[in-house]
Every structure is written in C-alpha cells, then in structure tokens.
Design a protein around this ligand. Structure first.
Ligand code: CP
Length: 337
C-alpha cells in the first residue's frame, strides 16, 4: 500500500474530489497543470512497479454508446492499478437503449459506486447534453470519455505527450490540427475541438485546417480564439493542409464528419471523396519544422488519413500518446474519486 503521504500526493489532497471532468474549458489552466504533474508522477510509479492503490473498493461505471479500444482499456486497467473496479456498461445492452432517463441512470449508478464515465459522441447536439443531464442528478463525478463537443481524456494525454517531447513551455510552438480523408466512418468533431480549445490555453500557435464543408462548432471556435488572446498564443483557420503544416512543431491530422450530415453518415463520407489528397505523407511532413511530431488519437486510417511511412516513421509519437491515456486517466480517477 502507498504511504499516507503518497496517498495525499496521488489524490492531490482531495482538492478535486467530486468534480466533473466534462470539458477542459471548465478547468483552470493551473488545475490542468496539477493533473499533468500527477499524471507524470503516476507514470513514474507505474514504470518503477510501485503500487498506487489509492482507490480501494471503489467502483467506476463506464457507459459506452460507441466503440472503444484505448479509452475502455485504459480506464479498466487504470482502475485496477488504483485498487478500484471499472464496470463496463454497453448502452446497447442496458435499459438506456429502452429509453431509461439520464436522471434515473445518474441517480442509481451514484448509489452503486463512486464515479460515472460516459462515451456518447456520435451525434452533434446529443452527447454533451446527455452527460450534463446525468451529472445534474448524479452525486458522484461524471467523466467525459468523449462526447460530441470534447474528448478531454484524449487531449489531456496529448498535452502530456507534447510537453514530454517539447518541454513544458509551449509558448510559440505551432500545432497544425488538420482534417484528413477517410473512407471508414464519419468521426466525431470532439478531438479537433478539444485540441483547439486546450492547446490555445498554453500559448501555442494553433492552426486549424479543413475543407470548407468540414467546419467545427462555432462556440468551440470562439473559445479557441478567446483562449489564444488570453494566453498570448494564436488561432487561425485555413482551408489548405499544406498551409497548416508549414513550420509546424506538431501535426495532428485526422478525419471528422460534416457537422450537418451526422444523421446521414454515408453522405458525409461521400462529401469527403473530393479531398482524397488530404493525407499526411512524407512530402507534407517535410513542410513541418525539423523534428516535428506526428500525432493521432487513434484509430488511424492508414492509407487515407496517413501513410505507413509517416505513422511508423521517426516523427510519430502515437504509441507514447496512446500510452499516456493510461497515466492521465489514472490521475483523473485518483483526483476526482
Ligand atoms: N483515442 C481514443 O479515444 O481511442 P478509442 O476510440 O479506442 O477509445
């Protein structure tokens, strides 16, 4: 068992106990820094094989309306490593699918355990509202495992990875968040929205690139602009991938669906067909700064979003990024539960 001093450190002294983690925008920059420091501490202890059993006998419910590899498994493994139990619930096989209300789900799961984490990301306008409905009635923390607006567990891990590679002072570092072509499915807007709203908080120069039809939500763009003004960073939107990549220290090209066509995903994919050249390849990486990082939240569509040569090449940090999903979600559980 960790010493009582360690427990105090690993739970941030209870300062964030009971808080919801729904969008990073609702957390102070200093608080996010504290979560990142805790994530680094938890990562070091994991590498050393040191036990971090700070949540004994606690339960977190993981309610999924969509598929997952990294999110589900990092939460399940992370909960075990903290001494807790993560209980998987598929929306499809629970009474949620029969229309059970967010209130009833929130109240009842609160009485059974200590946190409720939810992935509800498929339709713009639905997921975030559902999470907030649950949170209003739950008296345990609600954690956003990806909604239509934000994917704060992903972007916390992304920020941790960028700081590990480029240092903690990110002022003046340029990140290109770009749309990329896919044939698989209309992916949520939440990762690019989470990136532009979080990275602008840390003084980065954020360039968002997408074909005109693949815009993001207006309120998230407004947050990014305001955050950049406050932090001394910058935020620009362009409609060319090459322009975004120029001199970028970090490139984060990924696909997302057309905001107006999530109810008709085939049409959203068809709309993207004319942008097949929006792929991250070696020629594009040449435009970025020397030593630039290639990032992707995964799963990546090889051959359409990115070439094998890039994702398996020297710029790629995707596996470190995916690993940091574990350390950051453990920090969140330890601090909030
Ligand atoms: N990046 C991410 O959230 O991965 P999963 O969809 O596999 O959880």
């Amino acid at each position: 068992m960790p010493s009582s001093r360690s427990v105090e450190d690993l739970t941030l002294g209870g300062a964030f106990k009971g808080r919801d983690w729904i969008v990073t925008q609702e957390w102070e920059t200093g608080e996010i820094e504290q979560l990142l420091c805790l994530s680094a501490d938890i990562k070091r202890r994991f590498k050393r094989g040191e036990p971090t059993l700070v949540l004994p006998h606690k339960t977190i419910f993981l309610l999924f309306f969509d598929n997952s590899t990294r999110t589900r498994n990092s939460f399940e493994a992370g909960a075990t490593q903290l001494g807790a139990h993560a209980h998987f619930i598929s929306a499809e096989t629970s009474q949620v699918a029969h229309g059970e209300s967010p209130k009833d789900t929130g109240v009842i799961l609160s009485r059974y355990g200590h946190a409720i984490a939810i992935r509800h990301d498929k339709i713009p306008g639905e997921g975030n509202r559902y999470l907030r409905d649950v949170a209003r009635h739950a008296d345990v923390p609600v954690i956003n495992m990806q909604c239509d607006v934000d994917h704060p567990c992903q972007t916390l891990a992304d920020l941790m990875t960028i700081r590990e590679k480029l240092g903690t002072d990110l002022r003046g570092k340029r990140i290109a968040v770009s749309w990329a072509y896919t044939q698989t499915y209309a992916k949520p807007l939440s990762v690019p929205q989470g990136l532009i709203t979080l990275m602008t908080r840390f003084g980065m120069d954020v360039v968002l690139a997408h074909p005109p039809e693949f815009r993001l939500m207006d309120d998230q763009l407004a947050h990014a602009r305001r955050n950049a003004e406050h932090s001394g960073g910058s935020f620009h939107v362009v409609h060319e991938m090459d322009a975004a990549f120029r001199d970028a220290d970090v490139v984060y090209p990924k696909s997302w669906g057309c905001i107006d066509l999530f109810a008709q995903p085939e049409e959203s994919l068809a709309l993207g067909e004319k942008y097949q050249d929006w792929i991250c390849d070696e020629a594009r990486m040449e435009r970025a700064a020397p030593g630039s990082l290639y990032m992707h939240c995964l799963p990546a569509d090889r051959g359409t979003e990115v070439t094998d040569a890039v994702i398996d090449g020297p710029h790629s940090v995707v596996y470190d990024e995916a690993e940091n999903r574990l350390h950051t979600c453990k920090a969140l559980m330890a601090a909030l539960m």
